[in-house]
Design a binder for this molecule. Structure first.
Ligand code: UD1
Length: 418
């Protein structure tokens, strides 16, 4: 596993270009398996998770040209379920192979997906709702096994939890289904809206994007075309935190601040001066120490769980006391042990992090535990005095494009050791 050597403290300031969204790119890529014509997808971030999808696609015989954009031709798919286990297990998103392959190949047989270890992350809802849409599908010995007769059948699904992943599985199955599918209590995340925009441009008939009622009328055929992926709102939020904790100022370009309302509100509360335009937003701490903010994570438009570790870091060095409550994943506080090694004063009880702000963090040797935790530890290293060594840094490459380059351009002192 690689390491980052980070020298601090530094003030992070300057301009940064926000990359395409990982969580929009992944479902859109899997959706492209439903299309027999050529499609071109622009603004795909260069990330490890995307490389995994490309490998899975090559295994299925999908033709891919990977230059500035991704050009995908999934006109012919091999009936080949012998995916390398480590590939399937390395990303949560491999669950989105299920609906398209059931439609295209009429059967599925894949190892259970994995992803970051931030909770149990079952796939029961995906399975249950695909059964409702007519699939004969079940889990046996850690494999998802299933088939459909001819096609999916539309249904009215009232989701027990508004799961992002399960909403996407239903949409991907319902595109070509007989009759109408209605999803109540659907997830409203902007990335789902982006997926629906993509599918509608390619000929799908989906209404209700961005609301909790999505209505999908099955169509006979999707067509090819060109699509540009939305920006990564979590990357934007992460850079805003980088400025907030280092008392710096950063302008994030190519990003839609409308998708970050609650994050910007919390940053303003912490004392940041925030400015926004149609496709940019900026933060200036005016050299002030941030104020602690309370957070409760929840499905969009509530506070994103993917910004929870970054805000907990802010609270570590903020003035005052805070409570951060995680309601989506049951094990997303592993990194707190590492922050405490750096002098933070946080204790955890009942999935809440109680934090008393300290004046500064000190450098030591720490270990990344998952994607969003790893960036928070790197940012912690940027503001700590001395040299922080962060182990297991590969997680960061799953979700942050060119992260060292971008942070170094903002004034960070980072070196990667392989
Ligand atoms: C997606 C995002 C992830 C983000 C999360 C919540 C991607 C690739 N990942 O993950 O970055 O943190 O949304 O915004 O887009 N659940 C079940 N059964 C299921 C499915 C989910 O119990 O079948 C539970 C989960 O364990 C979790 C909650 O539902 O407690 C929400 O999970 P979900 O919204 O599905 O998250 P993901 O799609 O895994």
């Amino acid at each position: 596993m690689g390491k980052f050597i980070v020298k601090g403290p530094v003030k992070l300031k300057g301009e940064v270009n926000i990359s395409g969204s990982k969580n929009a790119a992944l479902p859109i890529l899997f959706a492209s398996l439903l299309i027999k014509e050529v499609i071109e997808i622009k603004n795909i971030p260069k990330l490890k998770d995307i490389d995994v999808v490309i490998k899975l696609f090559l295994h299925l015989g999908v033709k891919i040209k990977n230059s500035k954009s991704l050009i995908i031709n999934a006109s012919n798919l091999y009936n080949n379920f012998n995916f390398p286990k480590n590939l399937i297990k390395s990303i949560r998103a491999s669950i989105w192979l299920v609906s398209p392959l059931l439609f295209r190949l009429k059967k599925i047989n894949i190892f259970l997906p994995g992803g970051c270890s931030i909770g149990i992350r079952p796939v029961d809802l995906h399975i249950k709702y695909l059964q409702k849409l007519g699939a004969n599908i079940y889990i046996k010995n850690n494999y998802i096994i299933g088939s459909i007769d001819k096609e999916f059948k539309g249904s009215h699904i009232i989701m027990k939890k508004s799961s992002v992943g399960a909403t996407i599985s239903i949409i991907l199955a319902a595109i070509y289904a007989k009759n109408i599918t209605i999803i109540d209590n659907a997830a409203r995340e902007p990335e789902i809206k982006d997926l629906i925009n993509f599918l509608n441009i390619m000929g799908a008939n989906i209404k209700g994007a961005g609301t909790n009622k999505i209505i999908i009328k099955g169509v006979l055929q999707l067509r090819g075309g060109i699509y540009t992926i939305m920006d990564d709102r979590i990357e934007t939020g992460t850079f805003l935190i980088a400025a907030a904790i280092s008392r710096g100022n950063i302008l994030c370009k190519n990003t839609n601040p409308k998708n970050l309302k609650i994050v910007l509100k919390k940053l303003k509360y912490s004392g940041a001066e925030i400015k926004t335009g149609i496709n940019w937003c900026s933060i200036n701490m005016n050299n002030k120490k941030p104020k602690a903010v309370n957070i409760i994570t929840g499905p969009y438009p509530n506070f994103p769980t993917d910004m929870q570790p970054q805000f907990t870091l802010l609270n570590c060095i903020a003035s005052g006391f805070s409570i951060v409550q995680e309601t989506i994943f049951e094990n997303r506080f592993l990194y707190i042990h590492e922050l405490n090694k750096m002098g933070a004063k946080i204790f955890i009880k009942n999935n809440k992090a109680f934090c008393k702000g300290v004046s500064s963090l000190y450098s030591t040797k720490i270990k990344a535990t998952d994607l969003r935790a790893s960036i928070s530890l790197v940012l912690a290293g940027c503001i700590a005095t001395g040299i922080t060594i962060i182990d297991n840094i590969e997680y960061i490459d799953r979700g942050y494009e060119d992260i060292e380059k971008k942070l170094i351009s903002l004034g960070a002192k980072i070196k990667r050791l392989k």
